[in-house]
Ligand binder design. Structure first.
Ligand SMILES: NC(=O)c1ccc[n+]([C@@H]2O[C@H](COP(=O)([O-])OP(=O)(O)OC[C@H]3O[C@@H](n4cnc5c(N)ncnc54)[C@H](O)[C@@H]3O)[C@@H](O)[C@H]2O)c1
Length: 362
C-alpha cells in the first residue's frame, strides 16, 4: 500500500490535548489537518480559522465519515479512546491516541487487536518520555554509566491539583481512574522505558480518596462532592512494583495531598555504579530541580548536573507517528499500542491490589 505524499489528518477533541495535536500536526511538512471534532462550537470555529481546517464536527462519528482521511488523533475523555480508535482502525485509518490507552486493559487489548487486524499504526501519546531530561537519562543509563539499576522511584504529586470536580476526570466510568491513570501512567511509562522495559512480576498498591470528596485539593472554587458533582476516584495512590531481575519500582501519583505546593515530578534511580535524581516542577520554582547524576571516580564523589537537550513533548510524538506512517507496512506492525497496553495492565493490577489489599501478580 503506497503512502500518499500529503497525509490528511483529523483531530478528535479540542481541549488542551487536542490543541497540542493540531499545533504539532500543523508543524509537519506534508501533513494537512483537514477536520476537527469537539463539542465547543465557538472554540472549534476559532481553531478552524486559526489553522485553516476545512471541516468541523460536533460528533466524532461524523468526522470518521469524511472521505480521504489517512489518520486521526484521539484527544477526548478516556472512555472514548477505545470506541473511536477501533472505529477508525476498522476504516483503515492510522490512530494516535492520547494517554492512558483506555480505561482498562480489556479495552486496551481490544484496541491493540484492532490495530493488528487492520494492519495500521496505533500509537499512544507518552510525551513525557520525550522530555530532554528523560532522553538524556535514557542515554546515560543505556551507556552503562549507572551500572545495573536496581531501584527506582517515580512520582508525580500535586498539592491542589484535582481537575474539575464533576468533570469526566473524577468519574471512574469516564476516566478509568484518578491520578494513577492520569499522571501515574506518564511516570510509569518513562520509568519502565528508562529501565529497559523489564517484565513486571507483581504489584502491591494503595489508593486513597481523602481530600477530593471533602471539596479539598482542587483550587479556590472547588466544592465538596454532591449528587451531581461526584468524586469517585482516588486522589492519591502508591504502588510497589517488583520487576524481573529483582529490580524494584515505586510509583506515587497524586492530585492532592498535604505537601510542598509545587506540582512536582520526581524520579530517582539507584544503580550499581551510579544514581540519578530528576526533579521537575510544573508550577512554582523548586530550588533543586534538574537532572543530577551521582557517581564515583576512584572512590571519590564525581557528581554532576547533567546538561539536557530541549524537550520533545507532543511535537516529538506527532513527528514519530507521521514517520511511522511514512515508513510503510514494514514498520506499521511495530506500532500496535502494545507498549501502552502493558501500562494499562499494570494500572489495572494496582487498582485490584488496592481494592483487595494484597499483592497481585501479573
Ligand atoms: N499527554 C498529555 O500531556 C495530556 C494532557 C492532558 C490531557 N491528556 C489526555 O487527553 C485526553 C483529553 O484530555 P483534555 O484535558 O484535553 O480533555 P478536555 O475535557 O479538556 O477536552 C475533551 C475534548 O473532547 C471533546 N469530546 C468529548 N466528547 C466528544 C464526542 N462525543 N465527540 C467529539 N468530541 C468530544 C470535547 O468536546 C473536548 O473538546 C484525555 O485522555 C487526557 O488523559 C493528555
Amino acid at each position: 500500500m503506497t503512502v500518499p505524499a500529503t497525509l490528511k489528518v483529523g483531530v478528535v477533541g479540542v481541549g488542551w490535548a487536542g490543541q497540542q495535536h493540531i499545533e504539532a500536526f500543523s508543524n509537519v511538512a506534508g501533513v494537512e489537518v483537514v477536520a476537527v471534532a469537539g463539542m465547543e462550537a465557538e472554540l472549534l470555529a476559532q481553531l478552524q480559522a486559526q489553522y485553516n481546517i476545512a471541516h468541523g464536527f460536533a460528533r466524532w462519528e461524523d468526522l470518521l465519515e469524511l472521505d480521504g482521511l489517512d489518520a486521526i488523533s484521539v484527544a477526548v475523555p478516556t472512555f472514548l479512546h477505545a470506541p473511536i480508535s477501533i472505529a477508525a482502525l476498522e476504516r483503515g485509518l492510522h490512530v494516535l491516541s492520547e494517554k492512558p490507552l483506555a480505561r482498562n486493559g480489556e479495552e486496551g487489548a481490544a484496541m491493540v487487536a484492532a490495530a493488528r487486524q487492520a494492519g495500521r499504526v496505533l500509537d499512544v501519546v507518552f510525551n513525557h518520555r520525550r522530555r530532554g531530561d528523560i532522553t538524556k537519562l535514557k542515554t546515560i543509563i543505556d551507556d552503562g554509566e549507572l551500572g545495573r539499576p536496581y531501584y527506582a522511584k517515580a512520582s508525580w504529586l500535586r498539592r491542589r491539583g484535582i481537575p474539575t470536580l464533576g468533570s469526566w476526570f473524577t468519574s471512574p466510568e469516564l476516566a478509568g481512574g484518578g491520578p494513577l491513570a492520569d499522571l501515574g501512567v506518564h511516570v510509569l511509562d518513562y520509568a519502565l522505558h528508562l529501565l529497559g522495559e523489564p517484565k513486571v512480576i507483581s504489584v502491591s498498591a494503595s489508593a486513597y480518596s481523602e481530600l477530593g470528596p471533602r471539596g479539598l485539593g482542587g483550587g479556590s472554587n472547588f466544592t465538596a462532592a454532591s449528587a451531581n458533582n461526584k468524586f469517585e476516584v482516588e486522589d492519591f495512590a502508591s504502588a510497589f512494583i517488583r520487576l524481573e531481575g529483582g529490580v524494584t519500582l515505586v510509583v506515587e501519583a497524586g492530585w492532592a495531598s498535604y505537601r510542598d505546593p509545587a506540582d512536582l515530578m520526581d524520579f530517582r534511580v539507584y544503580g550499581t555504579d551510579g544514581g540519578a535524581e530528576l526533579r521537575v516542577a510544573h508550577s512554582l520554582e523548586v530550588a533543586d530541580s534538574g537532572l543530577k547524576i551521582f557517581t564515583d571516580k576512584e572512590e571519590v564523589n564525581a557528581d554532576y548536573a547533567a546538561e539536557v537537550p530541549a524537550d520533545g513533548n507532543h511535537q516529538a510524538v506527532v513527528d514519530e507517528f507521521i514517520a511511522a506512517i511514512r515508513g510503510g507496512e514494514e514498520v506499521w506492525g511495530e506500532y500496535d499500542g502494545s507498549v501502552a497496553l502493558t501500562r494499562a495492565l499494570i494500572i489495572d493490577a494496582c487498582y485490584k491490589s488496592a481494592l483487595e489489599q494484597r499483592e497481585v501478580r501479573l
